[in-house]
Design a binder for this molecule. Structure first.
Ligand code: GLN
Ligand code: ZN
Length: 761
């Protein structure tokens, strides 16, 4: 994205029609050159080419391999760039004026390629689409032009691309029953041609990423890797096969035997495997050790790294590549001078630029080039040591509390049936109760008030009044709509993790720590650097104010420990499980305070619980055990008649339903409508024991579904979920929507619930 997110700015200006394609491409070329120069200054032997994308690197590959889905109906009159953005952004939702660079032809338009998370990161790639009509035809112009830019610097390029088998694996079949592996035979010639072209340009190394080697692979996919690399081995081009994010596990032998010139492994995520790989990989191959963490932001322990590298080098007869564990796309550009961080914190952190410098120090230390190395190592040592002893990291009260935590701290007082009874008496809700997920439309006025308060241009009293007016508006509207359990609307929250992180001890926030999420969108994850504690209540005032306006139950809204953990850069000096438990204790205190203030319903959102799952199934059990326990610790200090909700969305939940049930929330609201209640198939096999609100309408679109449509979904749900357990709610929060469509959709939703009540009366 660039140090100042220059690419974001240029892209968005281009999409608004303010700059043309040439200006966009010029900005992109400048960024590439700048980033290559940084790599050269760090003494890297190769700069990487092929990792730059205007939107997404998988989308680049779709164009490079000439397999743009036919459904876009490209005529050949569009420029490649127009086609690229059409795939990335779709062409349906707007009209194509003069300035529109989207590339759509005319008429109907097409939906963008689907987007999904890249392995266990928060980066989203565009999903290739395959069917038996898919063909491949190499379009190497863009890549070759970038290669020429690097050569002209001059620099020695290593071209890095996703490998053919992972490319097919990460795509989806457009036809039922179509096996996309059947395309491998057609795909390989395009890779072969490409490798020949690159060899002809004098490229010495091509890195092909096969991150699926870190997944549980079926024998068919393992064979596909053998077949693919067996064929590519016939080309006179050295290949570096790269894996990352996950241990090789039972793919270790396979990875070591594929006929390539080198193998890159992630020694940060799987240090325990490194020496086995070093011993096993045939002697004539190169081993590239990903030793600098590409997924987190802490300064490395270079002494430890050197020790590990030294052992590996010995096994490799003195030869070794040293690298970052994975692409540096997943960390901020630089953190060492971030103006929002004090100098102590700055010294503990390493963004991409600082990580390059760590590589420089390691390389020199390993190969005995002493100039500046001892200083580099000493600096790193001092910074790490300062972090270890800093009083900001450890809080005795927190560790004492963890130690003294009773074994049953994660248990409600009574089992669900008793709680359900107590809650029914206290809340007195109708059948099929209606509620929303928390946030209401974040209008420009709300954003302006929050921004003004943050900048200091709006004083606290005026800000509070503005937020209270919003809360009152939300409450009145919900009463008028006839919702049963109300929310205050979350106007005061910019982001569901940031809001809590800013009030908890142990978190820091950067000014420029942006990481790409998708396309031009970036997120700025909080930095969780120390023991977590809660100096004071975080949500009680707002919630109590909201409750004071109405007789209906007001739901207190909290973000759960796993979601806070998952969407932050987390400390590496203790297990994630321990950090999760600390956050859970802080949330637990908030839950207790809300209850004491008279709030009868409390929702603890955990939308990210699924994405924390390890990439390998064997590791799921331990993760799910500590993650669900952390949730229960947060949720359990309350009386039986206080109702705990949780909320989840936008993940595949069917394979972890028993663990979701083990969280023991009284009510779960869960996104389902986008897949036409696909989730409910899971409930046919697994009987969810507590109450459940499957989302009845998609909140991503301004479209207002008719009451009949929602009723149809509800009836579908009532067929597999006992009606007395069923709630009625949207898929997720409504902050990105406008009020008119929100009110209309909720009115239809309430009507659908009322209709359902008459059927079941
Ligand atoms: N309570 C949050 C909201 O409504 C939940 C958001 C989410 O699930 N991502 O905005
Ligand atoms: Zn949600």
């Amino acid at each position: 994205m660039g140090e100042q997110r220059e690419l974001k700015t240029a892209l968005e200006r281009h999409w608004r029609g303010e700059i043309g394609a040439d200006a966009l491409e010029a900005q992109a070329a400048e960024l590439r050159a700048r980033h290559w120069r940084l790599q050269q200054q760090a003494g890297l032997d190769h700069v990487t080419v092929g990792d730059f994308a205007l939107y997404d690197h998988v989308a680049n590959l779709i164009q490079l391999l000439g397999c743009e889905p036919a459904r876009f109906g490209f005529t050949g009159r569009e420029t490649p760039l127009q086609r690229y953005f059409a795939m990335a952004r779709g062409t349906a939702a707007h009209s194509h004026g003069e300035a529109c660079g989207c590339g759509a032809t005319s008429g109907e338009g097409a939906l963008a390629l689907e987007m999904t998370k890249w392995f266990d990161t928060n980066y989203h790639y565009l999903v290739p689409e395959f069917d038996d009509a898919t063909t491949f035809a190499l379009n190497p112009e863009r890549l070759l032009a970038e290669l020429d830019e690097a050569i002209a610097l001059p620099a020695s390029p290593k071209v890095a691309l996703l490998g053919p088998v992972s490319f097919l694996f990460l795509g989806k079949s457009r036809q039922n029953g179509f096996d996309r592996l059947a395309l491998l035979e057609r795909l390989l010639p395009a890779y072969e041609q490409l490798l020949n072209r690159l060899a002809a340009r004098g490229v010495t190394w091509v890195q092909l990423d096969e991150p699926i080697l870190g997944l549980d692979l079926s024998p068919t996919w393992q064979d596909a890797l053998r077949q693919a690399y067996g064929r590519l081995a016939r080309i006179d081009q050295q290949l570096m096969l790269a894996t990352y994010f996950s241990p090789l596990g039972d793919n270790l032998a396979l990875a070591c035997e594929l006929p390539v010139a080198g193998l890159h492994v992630d020694a940060v995520r799987a240090p325990q495997e490194l020496l086995a790989v070093a011993a096993r990989l045939p002697a004539e191959r190169e081993l590239s050790v990903g030793i600098i963490d590409g997924r987190n932001i802490w300064r490395s322990d270079l002494d430890h790294a050197l020790q590990l590298l030294g052992q590996a080098r010995e096994l490799r007869g003195g030869r070794l590549w040293v690298a970052a564990s994975c692409s540096l796309l997943h960390v901020p550009f630089s953190l060492r001078h971030d103006p929002a961080l004090d100098t102590e914190l700055q010294g503990w952190l390493a963004g991409a630029v600082e990580k390059l410098d760590e590589l420089r120090v390691l390389k020199r230390a390993l190969w005995g080039d002493d100039a500046g190395v001892s200083r580099g190592l000493a600096e790193s040592r001092v910074a790490r040591a300062a972090r270890v002893v800093s009083p900001r990291v450890r809080n005795g009260t927190v560790s004492a509390r963890l130690k003294a935590l009773p074994a049953d701290a994660d248990r409600r007082r009574s089992p669900f049936p008793a709680r359900q009874l107590a809650q029914r008496q206290r809340l007195n809700l109708p059948a099929f109760p209606t509620t929303s997920i928390g946030s209401f439309p974040q209008t420009p006025e709300i954003r302006a008030a929050r921004a003004g308060f943050k900048r200091g241009t709006l004083d606290e009293r005026v800000y509070r009044q503005a937020m209270q007016r919003e809360i009152e508006r939300a409450v009145r509207k919900q009463e008028a709509l006839g919702l049963d359990v109300l929310v205050h609307g979350e106007a005061e929250r910019n982001d569901m993790v940031e809001y809590f992180g800013e009030q908890l001890a142990g978190f820091a926030f950067t000014a420029n720590g942006w990481v790409q999420s998708y396309g031009s969108r970036c997120v700025k994850p909080p930095v969780l650097f120390g023991d977590v504690s809660r100096p004071r209540a975080m949500t009680v005032d707002w919630t109590v104010f909201a409750q004071s306006l109405t007789d209906r139950p007001m739901k207190g809204m909290l973000t759960g420990p796993i979601t806070i953990l998952q969407w932050s850069f987390v400390r590496d000096d203790q297990p994630r499980a321990d950090t999760a438990l600390q956050i859970a204790l802080a949330i637990r205190d908030e839950v207790a305070d809300l209850e004491a203030a008279g709030i009868a319903v409390i929702q603890i959102d955990e939308p990210a619980i699924r994405e924390g799952l390890p990439l390998r199934r064997a590791a799921w059990g331990p993760y799910l055990a500590w993650a669900t326990r952390a949730f229960r610790v947060a949720a359990s200090p309350v009386r039986d008649d206080t109702q705990i909700h949780t909320h989840m969305c936008y993940s595949e939940f069917n394979d972890i339903l028993p663990e979701i049930a083990a969280m023991d929330a009284d009510v779960i609201t869960i996104e389902t409508s986008r897949s036409d209640m696909e989730l409910l198939r899971g409930f046919a096999d697994f009987r969810y024991p507590n109450e459940i609100g499957p989302g009845v309408y998609d909140i991503h679109s301004p479209r207002v579904p008719a009451a009949a449509e929602m009723l149809r979904l509800l009836k579908k749900a009532a067929a597999v979920i006992p009606p007395e357990l069923l709630w009625v709610n949207p898929d997720c929060g409504l902050k990105t929507r406008g009020w008119p469509e929100t009110e209309a959709a909720l009115r239809h939703m309430v009507a659908a619930a009322r209709e359902l009540r008459t059927h079941h009366a």
